[in-house]
Design a protein around this ligand. Sequence first.
Ligand code: HEM
Length: 372
Amino acid sequence: MLQASWIQGRNCFGRFPRNDYGSGLRHRTNLPDRETCAMTIRARVAAAATAALLLATPLAAQTPPAAEPPSPIAVVDAFEAALGPIRTHRPSHGKGICAAGHFTATPEGTRLSVSPVFSGARIPTVIRFGVGGAGPTAPDTARTTRGLAIRFQAPGGVEWDMANISAPIFGAPTPEALVAGLLARAPDPATGRPNPNRVAAFVAANPKSTLQGRWLAATLPPASWATTPYWGVNAFRFRGQDGEVRHARWVFEPLAGTLRLTEEQMRSLPADFLAEELRRRVAAGPVEFDMVLQFPAPGDDLLDPTVAWPDDRPRTRVGRLAVTGVEPGPGGPCDQISFMVLQQEPGITYSDDPTLHARTDAYAVSLSRRLQ
Ligand code: HEM
């Protein structure tokens, strides 16, 4: 219920007037004002929290409390406990730039999803490229993930959001582990720094939460936002034209190829070079990515985004994303919205991966704090 209400409430989550975004980077013109949106989102967060409390009370009186996934508010509170207040930027991928482009499904994409995004028509997109880590000053040379968030704007007001990273796996196997990891890293009031014993105890108890960090430590960072694959990481269910429902994960593969920084470039490049580099590329021509679906074999893990599926699983190219414009400076149309990792009934729906279910509402709560 919470999910549906958030999705219906999305006209306050930074909708763009149709046809206002077509080929270039024109700003929105008739969105509700910031204060109205902040009030709407805050009211939904409060209503959701109250409803959850009311629903929980009679059950709690009868049965011992079951392990519940953390609420969206608890998730964002944990980010703030670890990273400080997030009133001006996202708690994850806080640094980023806005871009625009379009997506066109291949015939195979149209066959594999009945979603209007995969109709084969050219679908305008709002795009945000990000740098992982908390703050807006994260260095572009850091061994963190880079992000590619996309809002697809299909005809008839149908929109679909996703947020992808430049690593094939996520940093937590469950929402509980994500929250516990953030809380373990919250600064100790006595020292102002994370307590190393608490961090060590968390790591010992949650080895899967270290897998992404190990992958990043062993992999040089991308040389450009245009030269890395971006993985969706979570499994979704795709309903095809034949009525069959298939589990799949996706990756956006750069047509420019995968190119990483050298150790020397990591030392010598400035903290901010990715944005200008991308602007130069896009000025010379569209920066393109192929969207590829990967299908699991029986026994592959559908629930845990810290486990990649083996490379030999079947893959199909389902569409191409072209980035055609980049904002000239900071801010822009992607700034005041959240890419709320949505399902798109009936074409693309969530798998049972619990980290996927934890995302949409937490992103909305996070946005509401930015809009305060
Ligand atoms: C338990 C699961 C997760 C939770 C609770 C969570 C939470 C969040 C939150 C609160 C934000 C900030 C949103 C905003 O303020 O607009 C965010 C951003 C982001 N997350 Fe997640 N996340 C989860 C899983 C993932 C996974 C699996 C991926 C990898 C595909 C991912 C990739 C991103 C990216 C790329 C952004 C930045 C998006 C942008 O540029 O707007 N997250 N996440």
